[in-house]
Design a protein around this ligand. Sequence first.
Ligand code: TRP
Length: 444
Amino acid sequence: MQREHWGSRFGFIMAAAGSAVGLGNIWKFPYLAGSEGGGAFLIIYLAMVATIGLSAMIAEIAIGRYAQLDPIGAFKKTGGGPWVIFGILAILTPFLILSFYSVVGGWTIAYIVKSFALMFGGGSGVGHEDQFNQLVSSPVEPIIYHALFMGLSMVIVLKGVTDGIEKASKILMPLLFVLLLVLVVRSLTLPNAMAGVKFLLEPDFSKVNSNMISAALGQAFFSLSLGMGALITYGSYVAKDSNIRTSAGWILSLDTVVAVLAGLMIMPAVFSFGMDPGAGPGLTFITLPAIFESMPAGALFQALFFIMLTIAAVTSSISLLNIPVAWLCDEKGMSRSAATILVSVVTFALGVPSSLAMGVWGDVQFFGMNFFELLSYLTDTYALPLGGIGSCLVAGWIGYGKIGREVTNDGALPFALLPVWKWICRIVAPIAILWIVATMTNLA
Ligand code: TRP
């Protein structure tokens, strides 16, 4: 069977940017930047993205395009031997990440519903924190929303690469941008908005330390969707004559712009209403609804915000779902529909304990973490960084002959920085990533 390819370069960039732009940009980035030194964090984050992030992204896309296969097939073809372990990791990690990502995706849908209820006068009558806790700790409601979110992702992936993933991304990503801009303008025109801008952008260099640098690199990896074969798989549908470097540049710039805009949407509002910018996980689901409540037409803005967040999460989750699906189709000869349904059902089931961990199963602890936290910790700290190292090493060493040529389209697109890219992949990125793993390993 002929492998499907993206219909256009724009379609590929929207799909890959859709993968990259997710909860990591809108929920995590503003909070991290705010608490880790504002502008100083931003400068270090940008430096990480432009060097190691860009190099690893080029490596992943090039590996995928060279192999025209799923990650296991791609690692077999470019590295072979023990390198295939990285391919296996890239197929297993998406199950783990997607299972809890979809639970959170379900919460975002639940909040769209709540916002509409609010618009029609149906407030819940309880405080924002209680409302959130009630939702996530209920044994049934969040699982229904989790199923809804998984189902939505499944329907898109079922339709295939061009008719499903690409088409959805081409509509949803521009829509996300427009919603984000509307919300940024609303936020920046609130009284005292500048205090939030200052908090986000003013560099505090006294906060620069090894934890902050490792947090910046970890966030760059997560936010760019690196380290688990998402971009290897998307790269396998890229046309042979397109320029991998400019596409990577676009994907990375869009991801970074959205992260900064998300900061410019959230922080001014937080400061304008005298909230705590370091509220962490609760910022999105507890603090923001409190802000919307005290704003004119707040229910409308709240609905727009959670629609935007759901879009961001869905376009990321389809790229995750598509990884094991590509493997089942490429290597196991399954049909796309059977593979998509199978992976969706397994991932949904795996997500159920993550959802219950917020409530009735909260006491079931592993190393002092509940099931949800355990999955998130294992994937953030080990699976993604190790996957990233795998792609860089394969592209820089054993597969360099093939992948180096892929990056320059066999010399048709000369790349003056090829040696720099090679050495970042060979040495700089693997060492930097190992160092993040070491800094983040804090089980004790
Ligand atoms: N980049 C996504 C975000 O910012 C999350 C993510 C991490 C991801 N790794 C991924 C998404 C791999 C898809 C594939 O929220």
